[in-house]
Ligand binder design. Structure first.
Ligand code: PLP
Length: 401
């Protein structure tokens, strides 16, 4: 079916919850995608940070196929080797020795798990009344009724009343504001180290370290939402490793399954036994099939040479974008292969549409960022192809096109 027919059927049968681009994708290889009309694109989105090893990765596919033939799913009433192996790798590779993992199916679910963990940690130790979680203004933590409320943006706090109570929002970079909001009723601080959906905004290192010290002093759990920044995206397995902090809880999803749905809550040794039988569960979390995929992703990504390449490719993109000297590009932000190209407020969607038309898929973030989250395996040739299109779209050397 061609795009037009597919779109008609979509409009008839699929809820219109997404502002989709006018493209129907069909297949992919490496960092390249083809639509149903046969047009090809360089993918600078990787399914919003999911397809970490690109499309058609032979090893990933073989591992998933083998596992599906052997055993596709069992409930969490039984143990499976792929699930245990991924948990072990996450604990060992993160440096949170003595920690443990809970598997979920998405980023929002991982954050829900972390929120429950933080509240129960506090309840077990201090009893009722200490349940507030401080998040940051402009953050994004998911779309469930609780994680919408955890998200520090008013536009997400509409329609679905009543939301879960017990969240307050501090200004990013403002330690005094965090301290003021984290009164005696608080049990945790939760933040992204680079606000992704909010506009590719990295937090200041000194601020993050100061929040960590404050959390230790007050026995607040420090939850780092690495749903978008984790699994090699910023050039280290987890972004917190470049910030030099030791979180109590790390949440992840997106890139971990390389394209299959998975989420995880990684808790350090001080709080990893808080969630006990009957207090948290999921039917699909940690299935052997998605864990087989995650095992391959972790074995590829947690490699210093691979991670160094993520950093250098990100740096290459940033330098080339700045060297365009385009009047449309007001700045470039981010770390590793999480890049935000800053344009005039409100113009980001227009640029993304033009990039799409010319064969480069890109995302928007916040009010003025064109966000690039290519597969971590993207080659320099694929990057150069995408940059040539960006040069046309953003305009070079003072000539906006
Ligand atoms: C930082 C962050 N947390 C949570 C989520 C929610 O993840 P999911 O869409 O898998 O529920 C996202 C998704 O974009 C995210 O970027």
């Amino acid at each position: 079916m061609k795009y037009k027919e597919l779109k008609q059927e979509e409009e008839r049968y699929v809820m219109a919850t997404y502002g989709r681009f006018p493209i129907a994708l069909d297949h992919g290889e490496g960092a390249r995608l083809w639509d149903v009309e046969g047009k090809s694109y360089i993918d600078m989105t990787s399914g919003i940070g999911v397809n970490s090893l690109g499309y058609g990765n032979k090893e990933l596919i073989a591992a998933v196929k083998d596992q599906m033939e052997k055993l596709m799913h069992v409930s969490n009433l039984y143990t499976t080797a792929p699930m245990v192996q991924v948990a072990k790798s996450l604990v060992l590779f993160s440096g949170l020795q003595g920690g443990k993992v809970f598997f979920a199916n998405s980023g929002a679910e991982a954050n829900e798990g972390a929120i429950k963990l933080a509240r129960k940690y506090s309840y077990d130790k201090y009893g009722e009344g200490r349940s507030k979680i401080i998040t940051l203004k402009n953050s994004f933590h998911g779309r469930t009724v609780t994680t919408l409320k955890a998200t520090g943006q008013d536009k997400f706090h509409q329609y679905f009343f009543p939301f879960t109570e017990g969240f307050d929002y501090a200004e990013a970079g403002n330690l005094e504001d965090v301290k003021a909001k984290a009164d005696d009723t608080a049990c945790a601080v939760m933040m992204e180290l680079i606000q992704g959906e909010g506009g590719v905004l990295p937090l200041d290192k000194e601020f993050v370290k100061a929040v960590e010290a404050f959390c230790r002093e007050k026995d607040l759990l420090l939850i780092i939402d690495e749903v978008q920044t984790g699994i090699g995206r910023t050039g280290s397995l987890f972004c917190f490793q470049q910030y030099g902090i030791r979180p109590d809880v790390v949440t992840m999803a997106k890139g971990l399954g390389g394209g299959l749905p998975i989420g995880a809550v990684l808790a350090a040794s001080n709080c990893c036994d808080v969630l006990t039988p009957g207090t948290h569960a999921t039917t699909f979390g940690g299935s052997p099939t998605v864990c087989a995929a995650a095992g391959v992703v972790l074995s590829k990504v947690n490699n210093p040479v691979f991670l160094e390449k993520v950093k250098s490719k990100g740096e290459y993109i940033r330098q080339k974008l700045l060297a365009m000297n385009s009047p449309a590009i007001l700045g470039v932000r981010g770390m590793g292969l999480m890049v935000g190209v800053i344009v005039e407020d409100g113009k980001h969607s227009e640029y993304v549409s033009r990039l799409n038309e010319k064969g480069v898929l890109a995302l928007t973030a916040g009010k003025n960022a064109v966000r690039l989250l290519p597969p971590l395996t993207i080659t320099i040739e694929e990057i150069d192809e995408a940059l040539a299109v960006m040069r046309e779209v953003f305009g070079e050397g003072g000539k906006a096109v």
